[in-house]
Design a binder for this molecule. Structure first.
Ligand code: NAD
Length: 257
């Protein structure tokens, strides 16, 4: 029970295929009390049904994780109703479909800003808002999700690779800023998983096949396996780790060709 008596805020649950859902399962099984944010007021019923297996959990709508005022409003409500939290998991990203389908060179200014706003700035905003609203308990841990396309060129990942590079760099700067308060900040670089977001990437199935062929473990990862790594990073077992990109990808990233 790595997270016994810990309250964890998980941002970005959408459905049972979401990485956020796998993380919720592992965190809950390790004793955590869960709070969620999700997108779309119209999804309220569906999300409440989805999280009903996590006894005592609550979900709050957040229609714009990169909007300062919306995050302030939602986090204020979360703190009022739940008190401080011991960890925040950020599992949010988005890029415009055309920017994932065209060659990267054609990324528009709006598409470039959008991907970086939603996928990288939103994490900086969550960290800052949590600090300013005094939402974080001592030794709190913040974790976000990234992908290997931040450092290597993967056809079809395009502007999302740039956003993930910004996110990983933000993790290092945030780790330095928040380290003074004993708060840790890390990111898990998950291997490819078939989620709704992943469906936006061209030929996603062929990426899964290549991982099976080439990764040292010759298998793809599951949301539960990623959740286990995130749970470790949320827990006191990882108290010596901050500012890191931890790969949970069956070892794929170490391979040359
Ligand atoms: N699936 C993969 O292969 C993979 C691999 C590595 C990292 N990741 C990362 O994992 C995270 C979770 O993605 P997932 O694959 O579970 O997909 P998902 O579609 O289940 O989750 C993405 C979430 O982002 C939310 N979101 C998008 N735009 C938003 C906005 N403006 N405001 C608030 N919320 C918004 C969606 O509502 C959704 O809940 C993302 O950061 C993704 O880049 C995914």
């Amino acid at each position: 029970m790595l997270l016994k008596n810990k309250k964890i805020l998980i941002m970005g649950i959408r459905n049972k295929w979401s990485i956020a859902f796998g993380i919720a399962k592992t965190a809950y099984d390790n004793g955590a009390k869960l709070i969620f944010t999700y997108m779309g007021e119209e999804n309220k019923g569906k999300i409440e049904e989805l999280i009903s297996e996590f006894k005592g959990s609550k979900a709050y709508v957040l229609d714009g994780a990169s909007e300062d005022e919306l995050v302030k409003e939602t986090f204020t409500k979360i703190k009022e109703e739940n008190g401080k939290v011991d960890g925040i998991v950020h599992a949010i990203a988005h890029a415009n479909t055309e920017d994932l389908h065209n060659d990267f060179i054609y990324t528009s200014k709006e598409g470039f800003s959008h991907a970086n706003d939603v996928s990288a700035y939103s994490f900086v905003l969550a960290a800052r808002m949590a600090k300013e609203l005094d939402m974080l308990n001592e030794n709190a841990s913040l974790v976000t999700l990234t992908y290997h396309g931040s450092t290597k060129v993967l056809e079809g990942y395009n502007v999302m690779g740039i956003a993930k590079a910004a996110l990983e760099s933000s993790v290092r700067y945030l780790a330095e800023n928040l380290g003074k308060d004993g708060i840790r900040v890390n990111t898990v670089s998950a291997g490819p998983i078939k989620t709704l977001s992943a469906k936006g990437i061209k030929d996603f199935s062929s990426i899964l096949t290549v991982v099976e062929e080439k990764a040292p473990l010759h298998r793809n990862v599951t949301t539960i396996q990623v959740g286990n790594v995130v749970t470790f990073l949320l827990s006191g077992m990882s108290e010596a780790i901050t500012g890191q990109v931890i790969y949970a990808d069956s070892g794929y990233n170490i391979m040359g060709i």
